[in-house]
Design a protein around this ligand. Structure first.
Ligand code: TYD
Ligand code: MG
Length: 456
C-alpha cells in the first residue's frame, strides 16, 4: 500500500504547498501552514465505480436511537452524557493535566463492562502496569477490560479489531499518531487526522469512543477547534488540583442538553459522586466570621449554594492587590469599584482576596451580590447573618439586577435550611409565591442588600 501523501495548507488564505513554511508565501501570515492528509488521488477506479445516490428518508421513518443508549451506572456522569452513551458516538473528555480524566474513564470502563461487553483502553501515556496500579486502587477488577499501551493509532486499532470491544477509550488524543504524517504527535494536524481516523473506525461499527484531550493554558482543548466540531460531545472536567471537588460539564452534546453538570469528589479510591453539591460546598462554612457570604449559582439547571470568602487588609505599599480564586478577576475589580463609588467603602487602599470555597469556579453574575457582601463584611468587620443567602447581579450604578430562575435558587436555599434570602427588588415585586420556610427580602441596590445581610 502506498503511503498517504500529505500537504501543507494555509489556514488563512488556503494556499496549498508541498513543503512547510514558517510564513505563508502568499499571504505572509506566520505559522498558518498546517499539515493535511491529501485524499487519495481519484484514479480511474473511482471514476468507473458508480457512487450510489444518497436516498432521502422520511424523518418519521428514521429509527430513533434513544432506546439504544447505554446507561452508565454512575449517575452524575450519565446525566452529563444526556442520559446514556449513544452507540457510535465520539465523546471528548477535556481537562487540565492531573484533574482525573484517566481515573474517571477507568472507573466508567469498569462500570460498563457488564453492558458493553469488552472494553479496550488504549493508553498512549502510561504503561499497562501503571493502569493496573490505578485499577487496583479504584477496585476495578473486571475480566473484560483490556489495556494496550500504544501510541501508534493504527496498531491500536488493529488491537481493537482483535478484541472487538463494545467501548473504546483513547488516552490521550495528543499522544497518539498516524505514521503517514510527518508532524509530531500532538500537533494540530495529527490531532485532527487521528480523530478523523477514529471516527472512520467507530461509526460503521457503532462503537462508542471516549477520547481524552488535554487543555492548553488558554483553556481550549489543545489542537484545533475542529476537534470539538468533529466529535459528538465535548465534556470538560474542571476543578482545582489540590481541592477535592471536580465538576464535569458538557460544553457540546449532540445527544443531550449542555445544561447538566456532574459533581464528584476525588477520593483515595477515585471519583465519588456528590449527590447534594450544595451541602458539600457549604460543609466547612465559617458561620460567625467576617467576610463569608453564601450565594446561589446555577450550574445548568442545577442550583448550587456556594460560600464566597473575602479578606480585605490595608495595602502595605504601592498598588493594592486584588486576587480572585474561582472567580473572574476583572469582574472582581469592577465590583470593588462599585463598592467604592456607590456603596462608599474606602477600598482604595485595601488589598482584596476573594475565594470560592471548595475550589468551584463561578462565571455567573448572580453571585455578584455574594461577592460584594463578603467584601463589605470583611471590610466593615461585621459578619453576614448565617441563615441568609444573597442572590443578585450587581450593575455599575450599584443597582441589583434580577437573575433567572430565582424560584429554583430559593427552593434550594430553603431546602438547606436558610431562613432568609436577599433578592433583587424587581423580581421581588413580581410576587412569586416564596417557597415555604424562607423569607424573601427584596433590595433595590447593593448597598441596601448589604445592610440587610450584615449583622451587628
Ligand atoms: P489522573 O486520572 O491521572 O489525571 P489525568 O488523567 O486527568 O491527568 O489523576 C491524577 C490525580 O488524581 C493524581 O494526582 C492522583 C489523584 N488520584 C486520587 O486522588 N485518587 C485516586 O483514586 C486516583 C486513581 C488518583
Ligand atoms: Mg491521564
Amino acid at each position: 500500500m502506498s503511503k498517504a501523501r500529505t500537504k501543507f495548507v494555509c489556514q488563512s488564505c488556503g494556499l496549498e504547498s508541498p513543503a512547510y513554511y514558517g510564513r505563508c508565501p502568499q499571504c505572509n501570515t506566520w505559522g498558518s501552514l498546517v499539515e493535511t492528509v491529501e485524499p487519495r488521488a481519484p484514479g480511474r477506479e473511482r471514476r468507473d465505480r458508480r457512487i450510489p445516490a444518497a436516498r432521502p428518508t422520511r424523518l418519521t421513518e428514521v429509527a430513533s436511537a434513544e432506546e439504544r443508549r447505554q446507561v452508565v451506572p454512575l449517575g452524575e456522569f450519565n446525566r452529563v452524557l444526556g442520559g446514556g452513551l449513544v452507540p457510535g458516538s465520539l465523546v471528548l473528555l477535556g481537562g487540565d493535566p492531573g484533574v482525573g480524566k484517566s481515573t474517571l474513564l477507568l472507573q466508567v470502563a469498569g462500570l460498563l463492562t457488564p453492558t458493553a461487553g469488552r472494553v479496550l483502553y488504549v493508553s498512549a501515556e502510561e504503561s499497562a502496569q501503571q493502569i493496573k496500579l490505578r485499577a487496583d486502587r479504584l477496585g476495578v477488577v473486571v475480566d473484560d477490560l483490556y489495556v494496550v499501551a500504544e501510541t501508534n493509532l493504527e496498531v491500536a486499532l488493529d488491537a481493537a479489531a482483535a478484541v472487538e470491544p463494545g467501548l473504546l477509550i483513547i488516552d490521550s488524543i495528543q499522544t497518539v499518531y498516524l505514521e503517514d504524517m510527518t508532524s509530531a504527535a500532538g500537533s494540530v494536524s495529527q490531532v485532527r487526522e487521528c480523530t478523523a481516523r477514529l471516527m472512520q473506525y467507530a461509526k460503521p461499527r457503532h462503537l462508542p469512543v471516549f477520547i481524552v484531550g488535554h487543555v492548553t493554558k488558554e483553556g481550549a482543548i489543545a489542537g484545533p477547534r475542529v476537534l470539538e466540531h468533529m466529535v459528538d460531545a465535548v465534556l470538560y472536567l474542571e476543578g482545582e488540583r489540590y481541592h477535592q471537588y471536580r465538576v464535569l460539564r458538557a460544553v457540546k452534546n449532540r445527544f443531550g442538553s449542555t445544561d447538566e453538570v456532574g459533581v464528584f469528589t476525588m477520593a483515595s479510591n477515585g471519583m465519588q459522586e456528590v449527590a447534594n453539591p450544595s451541602e458539600a460546598f457549604l460543609q466547612e462554612r465559617s458561620r460567625d466570621t467576617h467576610g463569608s457570604a453564601v450565594g446561589v449559582t446555577l450550574e445548568g439547571t442545577r442550583p448550587i449554594l456556594v460560600e464566597v470568602q473575602a479578606l480585605t487588609s490595608t495595602t502595605a505599599f504601592g498598588l493594592p492587590r486584588r486576587t480572585a480564586n474561582g472567580f473572574d478577576a476583572n469582574r472582581l475589580q469592577m465590583l470593588v469599584a462599585v463598592l467604592s463609588k456607590r456603596v462608599g467603602l474606602g477600598l482604595g487602599s485595601q488589598d482584596i482576596y476573594l475565594n470560592i470555597a471548595g475550589g468551584l469556579r463561578i462565571a455567573e453574575p448572580a453571585v455578584d451580590l455574594a461577592v460584594v457582601t463578603a467584601v463589605a463584611s470583611s471590610y466593615r468587620e461585621r459578619p453576614v447573618d448565617p441563615s441568609t443567602v444573597v442572590i443578585g447581579e450587581v450593575g455599575l450604578s450599584g443597582e441589583l439586577r434580577s437573575v433567572n430562575q430565582l424560584e429554583r435558587r430559593l427552593n434550594e436555599a430553603a431546602k438547606l435550611g436558610f431562613a432568609r434570602a436577599v433578592v433583587p427588588a424587581p423580581a421581588g415585586r413580581r410576587r412569586l409565591p416564596p417557597p415555604p420556610g424562607i423569607q424573601v427580602v427584596p433590595a433595590a441596590t447593593a448597598a441596601e442588600a448589604i445592610e440587610v445581610a450584615l449583622v451587628g
